[in-house]
Ligand binder design. Sequence first.
Ligand code: HEC
Ligand code: HEC
Ligand code: HEC
Ligand code: HEC
Ligand code: HEC
Length: 381
Amino acid sequence: MKKIFFSLFLFLMCTQGNATLENTTCKRCHPIIYNEYQNSMHAKASIFKDPVHKAVWDKHPAKAKGNYKCAKCHTPSDHKLIKGETSLTKNRIQMTEPISCQACHSIESIEKHTKINKNKFTKKKKYFFSADSKRKGEKITFKEKHSFFGLMTKTSGSPYHDIDYSNENFYDGGMCLGCHDHKQNGKGFSVCDMQIKKEDSLDNKDTCISCHMPKVKGTFVNLKNTHTHTFHGISIHTINTSLLAKHIKLSLQKTTDGFEIRIENKANHTLFAQPLRLNQLRVSIEREGKTLSLKRKNFIRVIGKDGKPAMPWLADSELKNTLIKAHEIRHVKYTNLLHKGDTVVIDFGYYLVNPKAAKKLGITDKSVTKFIVLAKKRISI
Ligand code: HEC
Ligand code: HEC
Ligand code: HEC
Ligand code: HEC
Ligand code: HEC
């Protein structure tokens, strides 16, 4: 009986036509991933859900012309907007799935350009790319054998869509780089550049996907139990930082005139390259019941014009850049002598929006202007 109902359900779904596939379609069979995705920044990348993106867009000169060119990366799923058939309006796609399941899973290749890269999507319907090392290279088409008026349906793979396991971009993280690699403004000045280092050493096999979308508990599809699935809740706004903290190694080394803190960035990209962020190191010494806070150290990139900080669309030069690069080990020196019995407390973290920039942009939302600790360490001397 159950089988018959399931077949009917499939039959109905297969006759719905090939319009844009919305996330609610995927939810039926991939509920865990669907739920996780709701908290991701990819679900909130539009001006209607991200107050920071909105604040910058509100000041952007293109707004007056109604030219929302941010759509290519921030809301690629709003197809009518992308095609220029509608203007930017608060619709369901903007509100719930600006970068949808289909948008990511149909990225076939990335076209490299100086200004911004471009995602090339497959034109095939219900055709998704994925990665599975055991099935690498396979293309599994949804096979249906109808009999008995379509009520008895046999399927293999997914009963809804084809799966292509042969796209290298889904193994090495290349599929993220249509949107995440770099961005230049109208003047050809680089506003944001992750300066991604192609993997050079064998012992560092981590990719964008393995670090930001690690395997976590729970099945990826409710038609079978796979025990784990790929984490889809990517966000630095809401995530518990523990997922990524392990990729930042903090250590302390005594020197003749004090000590130094070493920060090792295991990521293959510059840390906090987005120009609004402020990355900071806070060190304090606990001694005999008192806490001595040392001078805070900022890692920041300031962009500007005529020697003064400027908005991204006006900037034509780099005024300062102390960001920590891919695989870099940064040494920060302190001239405080440490005593036996001291405890050194190290907090390495960031502000989503540099408090100075927040003021300029009129952003008052406390959640984006508070200090977030990414990696923490207590060292007893
Ligand atoms: C009717 C159920 C059903 C629906 C609806 C469905 N899927 Fe699937 N999907 C499956 C099944 C079953 C598998 C596992 C196939 C296998 O392992 O052979 C799967 C596998 C996948 C995979 C590959 C998993 C892997 O092995 O790496 C991706 C990616 C995927 N689905 C994406 C989607 C997206 C995106 C949507 C919505 C547009 C969607 N699916 C809708 C049933 C469904
Ligand atoms: C090439 C793709 C691309 C284009 C085009 C693009 N962005 Fe972005 N934007 C991104 C990515 C990727 C991020 C996330 C970067 C990060 O966190 O390192 C981002 C993040 C941001 C953020 C920070 C958001 C936050 O919550 O902290 C702002 C603000 C922003 N973009 C504004 C804009 C505006 C305004 C436009 C259009 C004028 C635009 N972007 C066009 C890719 C793009
Ligand atoms: C930002 C891009 C992106 C978005 C958005 C996205 N995915 Fe994925 N998805 C990936 C990548 C990358 C993988 C990893 C491939 C791998 O290693 O299995 C993946 C893996 C999967 C898998 C495979 C198996 C597993 O282990 O979990 C399924 C199923 C899946 N996604 C479904 C979905 C659904 C459903 C949605 C929407 C709710 C969605 N994806 C949204 C990029 C994305
Ligand atoms: C279609 C474009 C697109 C693709 C593909 C994409 N992203 Fe994003 N991603 C964005 C945008 C835009 C944002 C910023 C949203 C915002 O803050 O408003 C973002 C945000 C993020 C963030 C959080 C940063 C923040 O501001 O919270 C991380 C981490 C991230 N993406 C990683 C990835 C990874 C890893 C992949 C590949 C598996 C990927 N993205 C694929 C466009 C994309
Ligand atoms: C070794 C693990 C690792 C790898 C590989 C990695 N990242 Fe990251 N990524 C991190 C860490 C750690 C941070 C900083 C913590 C955070 O943002 O929460 C970060 C931050 C980010 C952010 C947010 C930065 C910001 O300013 O908003 C984005 C976006 C991002 N990574 C995208 C990517 C992309 C795209 C790739 C592939 C080229 C990638 N990451 C590869 C560990 C990694």
